[in-house]
Ligand binder design. Structure first.
Ligand SMILES: *Cc1c(COP(=O)(O)O)cnc(C)c1O
Length: 368
Protein backbone atom coordinates (compact mmCIF):
# COMPACT_ATOMS: atom_id res chain seq x y z
CA UNK A 1 0.00 0.00 0.00
CA UNK A 2 1.47 3.32 -1.04
CA UNK A 3 0.55 6.80 0.20
CA UNK A 4 -2.17 8.46 -1.85
CA UNK A 5 -1.24 11.33 -4.17
CA UNK A 6 -4.78 11.79 -5.47
CA UNK A 7 -8.18 10.17 -4.80
CA UNK A 8 -7.88 6.42 -5.38
CA UNK A 9 -9.86 3.30 -4.63
CA UNK A 10 -7.48 0.49 -3.78
CA UNK A 11 -8.81 -3.01 -4.35
CA UNK A 12 -7.16 -5.77 -2.38
CA UNK A 13 -7.38 -9.09 -4.24
CA UNK A 14 -5.93 -10.99 -1.26
CA UNK A 15 -8.87 -9.81 0.81
CA UNK A 16 -11.20 -10.93 -1.98
CA UNK A 17 -9.64 -14.39 -1.91
CA UNK A 18 -9.98 -14.50 1.86
CA UNK A 19 -13.69 -13.60 1.68
CA UNK A 20 -14.35 -16.09 -1.10
CA UNK A 21 -12.68 -18.88 0.87
CA UNK A 22 -14.46 -17.93 4.07
CA UNK A 23 -17.87 -17.98 2.39
CA UNK A 24 -17.05 -21.24 0.60
CA UNK A 25 -16.11 -22.82 3.93
CA UNK A 26 -19.77 -22.37 4.94
CA UNK A 27 -20.96 -24.53 2.03
CA UNK A 28 -21.10 -28.24 1.36
CA UNK A 29 -18.48 -29.39 -1.13
CA UNK A 30 -20.88 -29.75 -4.02
CA UNK A 31 -22.74 -26.47 -3.52
CA UNK A 32 -21.95 -24.12 -6.39
CA UNK A 33 -20.83 -20.55 -5.83
CA UNK A 34 -22.22 -17.71 -7.92
CA UNK A 35 -20.38 -14.41 -7.56
CA UNK A 36 -22.50 -11.30 -7.99
CA UNK A 37 -20.44 -8.66 -9.82
CA UNK A 38 -23.19 -6.25 -10.84
CA UNK A 39 -22.76 -2.47 -10.60
CA UNK A 40 -19.03 -2.57 -11.46
CA UNK A 41 -18.40 -5.30 -8.91
CA UNK A 42 -20.17 -3.33 -6.17
CA UNK A 43 -18.28 -0.23 -7.18
CA UNK A 44 -14.84 -1.85 -7.35
CA UNK A 45 -13.87 -3.24 -10.77
CA UNK A 46 -16.13 -5.97 -12.15
CA UNK A 47 -13.64 -7.29 -14.70
CA UNK A 48 -10.65 -7.55 -12.36
CA UNK A 49 -12.84 -9.16 -9.68
CA UNK A 50 -14.40 -11.61 -12.12
CA UNK A 51 -11.12 -12.57 -13.79
CA UNK A 52 -9.59 -13.29 -10.39
CA UNK A 53 -12.61 -15.25 -9.13
CA UNK A 54 -12.63 -17.25 -12.35
CA UNK A 55 -9.02 -18.23 -11.58
CA UNK A 56 -10.20 -19.27 -8.12
CA UNK A 57 -12.78 -21.56 -9.78
CA UNK A 58 -15.98 -19.76 -8.97
CA UNK A 59 -18.88 -21.54 -10.76
CA UNK A 60 -21.12 -18.76 -11.98
CA UNK A 61 -21.39 -14.99 -12.25
CA UNK A 62 -24.37 -12.67 -12.08
CA UNK A 63 -24.90 -9.12 -13.25
CA UNK A 64 -28.06 -7.01 -13.30
CA UNK A 65 -28.12 -5.93 -16.95
CA UNK A 66 -27.01 -7.25 -20.32
CA UNK A 67 -24.39 -4.55 -20.94
CA UNK A 68 -22.62 -5.55 -17.71
CA UNK A 69 -22.38 -9.12 -18.97
CA UNK A 70 -20.96 -8.03 -22.33
CA UNK A 71 -18.11 -6.24 -20.57
CA UNK A 72 -17.27 -9.42 -18.64
CA UNK A 73 -17.20 -11.48 -21.85
CA UNK A 74 -14.86 -8.92 -23.42
CA UNK A 75 -12.59 -9.30 -20.38
CA UNK A 76 -12.30 -13.04 -21.02
CA UNK A 77 -14.93 -14.44 -18.66
CA UNK A 78 -15.98 -17.84 -19.98
CA UNK A 79 -18.01 -19.09 -17.00
CA UNK A 80 -21.79 -18.84 -17.23
CA UNK A 81 -23.21 -15.39 -16.55
CA UNK A 82 -26.74 -14.95 -15.21
CA UNK A 83 -28.39 -11.63 -16.08
CA UNK A 84 -30.75 -10.89 -13.21
CA UNK A 85 -32.85 -8.19 -14.82
CA UNK A 86 -32.61 -8.25 -18.62
CA UNK A 87 -34.77 -6.17 -20.94
CA UNK A 88 -36.20 -7.58 -24.17
CA UNK A 89 -34.58 -4.88 -26.30
CA UNK A 90 -31.19 -6.46 -25.49
CA UNK A 91 -32.00 -10.12 -26.26
CA UNK A 92 -29.91 -10.16 -29.43
CA UNK A 93 -26.84 -8.93 -27.56
CA UNK A 94 -27.61 -11.33 -24.72
CA UNK A 95 -27.58 -14.37 -27.01
CA UNK A 96 -24.57 -13.13 -29.01
CA UNK A 97 -22.62 -13.06 -25.72
CA UNK A 98 -23.96 -16.33 -24.29
CA UNK A 99 -25.54 -14.53 -21.35
CA UNK A 100 -28.30 -16.33 -19.47
CA UNK A 101 -31.51 -14.44 -18.75
CA UNK A 102 -33.55 -14.49 -15.58
CA UNK A 103 -37.19 -14.65 -16.71
CA UNK A 104 -39.56 -13.41 -14.08
CA UNK A 105 -42.99 -12.84 -15.59
CA UNK A 106 -45.15 -14.08 -18.48
CA UNK A 107 -44.33 -11.08 -20.65
CA UNK A 108 -40.53 -11.43 -20.68
CA UNK A 109 -40.72 -15.23 -20.58
CA UNK A 110 -42.86 -15.37 -23.74
CA UNK A 111 -40.81 -12.67 -25.44
CA UNK A 112 -37.64 -14.66 -24.82
CA UNK A 113 -39.15 -17.98 -25.92
CA UNK A 114 -40.31 -16.42 -29.20
CA UNK A 115 -37.00 -14.67 -29.72
CA UNK A 116 -34.95 -17.81 -29.03
CA UNK A 117 -37.01 -19.88 -31.47
CA UNK A 118 -36.83 -17.23 -34.23
CA UNK A 119 -33.06 -17.24 -33.67
CA UNK A 120 -33.15 -21.04 -34.04
CA UNK A 121 -31.70 -21.65 -30.59
CA UNK A 122 -31.71 -25.09 -29.05
CA UNK A 123 -31.69 -25.64 -25.28
CA UNK A 124 -30.66 -22.03 -24.63
CA UNK A 125 -30.06 -21.78 -20.85
CA UNK A 126 -32.67 -19.73 -18.98
CA UNK A 127 -33.36 -19.13 -15.29
CA UNK A 128 -36.85 -18.88 -13.85
CA UNK A 129 -37.29 -16.45 -10.98
CA UNK A 130 -40.01 -16.97 -8.39
CA UNK A 131 -41.36 -14.40 -5.99
CA UNK A 132 -41.71 -15.83 -2.49
CA UNK A 133 -42.36 -12.59 -0.61
CA UNK A 134 -39.93 -9.87 -1.66
CA UNK A 135 -42.53 -8.68 -4.18
CA UNK A 136 -39.93 -7.28 -6.51
CA UNK A 137 -39.45 -9.65 -9.48
CA UNK A 138 -40.69 -13.17 -10.00
CA UNK A 139 -43.44 -15.52 -11.04
CA UNK A 140 -45.88 -16.64 -8.39
CA UNK A 141 -46.16 -20.15 -7.05
CA UNK A 142 -49.38 -20.71 -9.02
CA UNK A 143 -47.69 -19.82 -12.33
CA UNK A 144 -45.85 -23.16 -12.41
CA UNK A 145 -48.44 -24.94 -14.59
CA UNK A 146 -48.46 -22.06 -17.06
CA UNK A 147 -44.64 -22.04 -17.34
CA UNK A 148 -44.53 -25.80 -17.79
CA UNK A 149 -47.21 -25.72 -20.51
CA UNK A 150 -45.12 -23.23 -22.47
CA UNK A 151 -41.87 -25.12 -21.96
CA UNK A 152 -43.44 -28.34 -23.24
CA UNK A 153 -44.05 -26.64 -26.59
CA UNK A 154 -40.49 -25.54 -27.26
CA UNK A 155 -36.99 -26.92 -27.62
CA UNK A 156 -35.46 -23.45 -27.94
CA UNK A 157 -34.73 -23.12 -24.22
CA UNK A 158 -33.69 -25.23 -21.29
CA UNK A 159 -34.30 -24.32 -17.65
CA UNK A 160 -30.84 -24.13 -16.12
CA UNK A 161 -32.04 -23.01 -12.71
CA UNK A 162 -34.99 -21.86 -10.72
CA UNK A 163 -34.41 -19.32 -8.03
CA UNK A 164 -35.87 -16.90 -5.53
CA UNK A 165 -34.58 -14.13 -3.29
CA UNK A 166 -34.95 -13.63 0.47
CA UNK A 167 -36.52 -10.37 1.63
CA UNK A 168 -34.78 -10.04 5.02
CA UNK A 169 -32.00 -12.63 5.21
CA UNK A 170 -29.85 -10.37 7.42
CA UNK A 171 -32.61 -9.72 9.96
CA UNK A 172 -33.05 -12.53 12.47
CA UNK A 173 -36.23 -10.86 13.77
CA UNK A 174 -37.70 -11.88 10.42
CA UNK A 175 -36.62 -15.49 10.72
CA UNK A 176 -40.17 -16.83 10.57
CA UNK A 177 -40.82 -14.94 7.35
CA UNK A 178 -37.55 -16.18 5.80
CA UNK A 179 -38.27 -19.80 6.79
CA UNK A 180 -41.67 -19.45 5.19
CA UNK A 181 -40.08 -18.15 1.98
CA UNK A 182 -37.72 -21.14 2.00
CA UNK A 183 -40.58 -23.60 2.51
CA UNK A 184 -42.62 -22.01 -0.31
CA UNK A 185 -39.65 -22.13 -2.62
CA UNK A 186 -39.11 -25.83 -1.93
CA UNK A 187 -42.78 -26.51 -2.71
CA UNK A 188 -42.46 -24.61 -6.00
CA UNK A 189 -39.42 -26.68 -6.92
CA UNK A 190 -41.21 -29.94 -6.16
CA UNK A 191 -44.19 -28.95 -8.31
CA UNK A 192 -41.93 -27.78 -11.08
CA UNK A 193 -39.74 -30.87 -11.30
CA UNK A 194 -42.73 -33.20 -10.93
CA UNK A 195 -44.24 -31.74 -14.07
CA UNK A 196 -41.22 -31.64 -16.34
CA UNK A 197 -38.30 -33.91 -17.05
CA UNK A 198 -35.30 -31.79 -16.05
CA UNK A 199 -33.25 -31.06 -12.95
CA UNK A 200 -32.59 -27.34 -12.81
CA UNK A 201 -30.26 -25.91 -10.20
CA UNK A 202 -32.03 -24.49 -7.19
CA UNK A 203 -30.78 -21.33 -5.48
CA UNK A 204 -32.03 -18.75 -3.03
CA UNK A 205 -29.33 -17.40 -0.69
CA UNK A 206 -27.51 -14.09 -0.93
CA UNK A 207 -24.60 -13.41 1.45
CA UNK A 208 -26.70 -13.11 4.61
CA UNK A 209 -28.71 -16.13 3.51
CA UNK A 210 -25.47 -18.14 3.25
CA UNK A 211 -24.55 -17.13 6.79
CA UNK A 212 -27.99 -17.41 8.43
CA UNK A 213 -29.82 -20.15 6.53
CA UNK A 214 -27.54 -23.13 5.80
CA UNK A 215 -30.66 -25.24 5.19
CA UNK A 216 -31.37 -23.06 2.13
CA UNK A 217 -28.01 -23.34 0.36
CA UNK A 218 -29.55 -25.90 -2.06
CA UNK A 219 -27.49 -26.35 -5.28
CA UNK A 220 -25.93 -22.90 -5.45
CA UNK A 221 -25.60 -19.64 -3.51
CA UNK A 222 -25.33 -16.09 -4.83
CA UNK A 223 -22.92 -13.87 -2.96
CA UNK A 224 -22.21 -10.21 -3.54
CA UNK A 225 -21.54 -8.05 -0.50
CA UNK A 226 -19.70 -10.84 1.38
CA UNK A 227 -17.08 -11.07 -1.35
CA UNK A 228 -16.47 -7.35 -0.99
CA UNK A 229 -16.01 -7.77 2.76
CA UNK A 230 -19.30 -7.08 4.54
CA UNK A 231 -21.48 -9.61 6.34
CA UNK A 232 -24.33 -7.33 7.41
CA UNK A 233 -23.62 -8.03 11.10
CA UNK A 234 -20.91 -7.21 13.60
CA UNK A 235 -20.30 -10.91 14.18
CA UNK A 236 -19.93 -11.83 10.51
CA UNK A 237 -17.86 -8.75 9.66
CA UNK A 238 -15.13 -10.10 11.93
CA UNK A 239 -14.50 -12.95 9.50
CA UNK A 240 -14.51 -10.84 6.35
CA UNK A 241 -12.12 -8.19 5.05
CA UNK A 242 -13.33 -5.11 3.16
CA UNK A 243 -11.52 -5.23 -0.19
CA UNK A 244 -11.77 -1.50 -0.92
CA UNK A 245 -9.81 1.39 0.56
CA UNK A 246 -10.89 4.84 -0.58
CA UNK A 247 -8.28 7.45 0.10
CA UNK A 248 -7.35 10.96 -0.89
CA UNK A 249 -5.10 13.83 0.14
CA UNK A 250 -5.35 17.26 1.71
CA UNK A 251 -5.37 19.92 -1.03
CA UNK A 252 -5.49 22.96 1.22
CA UNK A 253 -5.70 23.87 4.91
CA UNK A 254 -7.57 26.94 6.19
CA UNK A 255 -7.55 28.60 9.58
CA UNK A 256 -11.09 29.75 10.34
CA UNK A 257 -12.10 32.41 12.88
CA UNK A 258 -15.25 32.45 14.99
CA UNK A 259 -18.39 33.36 12.96
CA UNK A 260 -16.78 32.59 9.61
CA UNK A 261 -18.60 30.11 7.38
CA UNK A 262 -17.36 27.21 5.25
CA UNK A 263 -18.68 26.10 1.87
CA UNK A 264 -21.75 26.70 -0.28
CA UNK A 265 -24.80 28.38 1.21
CA UNK A 266 -22.59 29.19 4.21
CA UNK A 267 -24.00 25.98 5.70
CA UNK A 268 -21.25 25.61 8.32
CA UNK A 269 -20.76 28.42 10.80
CA UNK A 270 -17.75 28.38 13.09
CA UNK A 271 -18.33 28.97 16.80
CA UNK A 272 -14.64 29.36 17.50
CA UNK A 273 -11.19 29.10 15.98
CA UNK A 274 -10.68 25.98 13.89
CA UNK A 275 -8.60 24.37 11.19
CA UNK A 276 -10.21 22.90 8.06
CA UNK A 277 -8.92 20.85 5.15
CA UNK A 278 -10.29 20.71 1.62
CA UNK A 279 -10.19 17.29 -0.09
CA UNK A 280 -10.44 16.46 -3.82
CA UNK A 281 -13.51 14.21 -3.56
CA UNK A 282 -17.17 15.19 -3.75
CA UNK A 283 -20.65 14.02 -4.60
CA UNK A 284 -19.63 13.39 -8.22
CA UNK A 285 -17.15 10.84 -6.86
CA UNK A 286 -19.82 9.14 -4.76
CA UNK A 287 -19.70 10.96 -1.44
CA UNK A 288 -23.34 12.09 -1.35
CA UNK A 289 -24.64 15.24 0.27
CA UNK A 290 -26.00 13.24 3.19
CA UNK A 291 -22.42 12.85 4.50
CA UNK A 292 -22.04 16.61 4.89
CA UNK A 293 -22.95 18.94 7.71
CA UNK A 294 -21.27 16.94 10.46
CA UNK A 295 -22.74 13.53 9.65
CA UNK A 296 -19.89 11.63 8.06
CA UNK A 297 -16.26 11.51 9.09
CA UNK A 298 -12.96 10.47 7.51
CA UNK A 299 -9.69 9.64 9.27
CA UNK A 300 -6.16 11.04 9.26
CA UNK A 301 -3.63 8.83 11.04
CA UNK A 302 -6.57 7.11 12.70
CA UNK A 303 -8.04 10.37 14.01
CA UNK A 304 -11.61 11.35 13.15
CA UNK A 305 -12.25 14.43 11.04
CA UNK A 306 -15.91 15.34 10.40
CA UNK A 307 -17.19 16.56 7.05
CA UNK A 308 -18.46 20.10 7.56
CA UNK A 309 -20.84 22.19 5.48
CA UNK A 310 -22.36 21.05 2.21
CA UNK A 311 -20.63 18.39 0.13
CA UNK A 312 -19.58 19.99 -3.19
CA UNK A 313 -19.45 18.23 -6.55
CA UNK A 314 -15.66 17.81 -6.50
CA UNK A 315 -14.67 18.60 -2.90
CA UNK A 316 -15.46 18.20 0.75
CA UNK A 317 -14.23 20.22 3.69
CA UNK A 318 -13.34 18.55 6.97
CA UNK A 319 -12.61 19.77 10.46
CA UNK A 320 -8.99 18.96 11.33
CA UNK A 321 -8.73 21.04 14.48
CA UNK A 322 -6.31 19.31 16.84
CA UNK A 323 -5.07 16.85 14.20
CA UNK A 324 -1.39 17.00 13.32
CA UNK A 325 -1.35 17.08 9.51
CA UNK A 326 -0.28 19.18 6.53
CA UNK A 327 -1.21 19.82 2.91
CA UNK A 328 -0.46 16.73 0.80
CA UNK A 329 -1.07 14.30 3.67
CA UNK A 330 -3.17 11.19 3.13
CA UNK A 331 -6.81 11.02 4.24
CA UNK A 332 -8.79 7.78 4.55
CA UNK A 333 -12.42 7.98 3.46
CA UNK A 334 -12.89 4.30 4.33
CA UNK A 335 -10.65 1.29 4.84
CA UNK A 336 -10.53 -1.89 6.93
CA UNK A 337 -10.55 0.09 10.21
CA UNK A 338 -12.89 2.96 9.39
CA UNK A 339 -15.13 0.83 7.18
CA UNK A 340 -17.57 1.80 4.45
CA UNK A 341 -20.26 0.30 6.65
CA UNK A 342 -19.37 2.64 9.56
CA UNK A 343 -19.27 5.67 7.28
CA UNK A 344 -22.57 4.70 5.64
CA UNK A 345 -24.24 4.33 9.05
CA UNK A 346 -23.24 7.86 10.08
CA UNK A 347 -25.47 9.17 7.35
CA UNK A 348 -28.42 6.82 7.37
CA UNK A 349 -27.43 4.43 4.61
CA UNK A 350 -25.78 1.03 4.09
CA UNK A 351 -22.42 -0.20 2.82
CA UNK A 352 -24.02 -1.34 -0.46
CA UNK A 353 -25.04 2.20 -1.38
CA UNK A 354 -21.76 3.86 -0.41
CA UNK A 355 -19.46 1.43 -2.24
CA UNK A 356 -21.53 1.17 -5.42
CA UNK A 357 -21.70 4.97 -5.61
CA UNK A 358 -17.93 5.42 -6.02
CA UNK A 359 -17.96 6.89 -9.50
CA UNK A 360 -15.88 5.94 -12.50
CA UNK A 361 -13.93 9.20 -12.09
CA UNK A 362 -12.07 7.68 -9.13
CA UNK A 363 -8.96 5.82 -10.18
CA UNK A 364 -8.93 2.12 -9.26
CA UNK A 365 -5.62 0.67 -8.07
CA UNK A 366 -5.27 -3.09 -7.82
CA UNK A 367 -3.28 -4.68 -4.98
CA UNK A 368 -2.36 -8.24 -5.99
C1 LIG B 1 -27.68 -8.37 -5.65
C2 LIG B 1 -28.28 -9.73 -5.52
C3 LIG B 1 -27.63 -10.75 -4.78
C4 LIG B 1 -26.40 -10.49 -3.92
O1 LIG B 1 -26.80 -10.08 -2.63
P1 LIG B 1 -25.74 -9.78 -1.47
O2 LIG B 1 -26.57 -9.38 -0.32
O3 LIG B 1 -24.90 -8.66 -1.97
O4 LIG B 1 -24.95 -11.02 -1.25
C5 LIG B 1 -28.15 -12.02 -4.83
N1 LIG B 1 -29.28 -12.29 -5.52
C6 LIG B 1 -29.97 -11.33 -6.20
C7 LIG B 1 -31.22 -11.69 -6.91
C8 LIG B 1 -29.50 -10.02 -6.21
O5 LIG B 1 -30.18 -9.07 -6.86
Amino acid sequence: MSKAQETVLEIDLKALKHNFEHLKSKLKNNTKFLAVVKAFGYGSDACEIAVYLQELSVDYFAVAYVNEGVVLRQAGITKPILVLHPQAVNFKTLIANCLEPSLYNAKIFNEFLSFASVEKQNDYPIHIKFNTGLNRLGFWENDVDYIISKLKNTTAVKVESIFSHLAASEDLNEKEFSLNQIANFKAIYTNFTKAIDCKPLLHMCNTSGILNYPEAHFDMVRSGIGLYGFGNSIKENRYLKPIGTLKTIISQIHLIEKDETVGYNRAFKSDGFLKTATLPIGHADGIGRQYGNGNGFVTINGQKAYIIGNVCMDMIMINITGIDCKEGDEVIIFDVNHTAETLAETSGTISYELITAISQRVKRVLLK
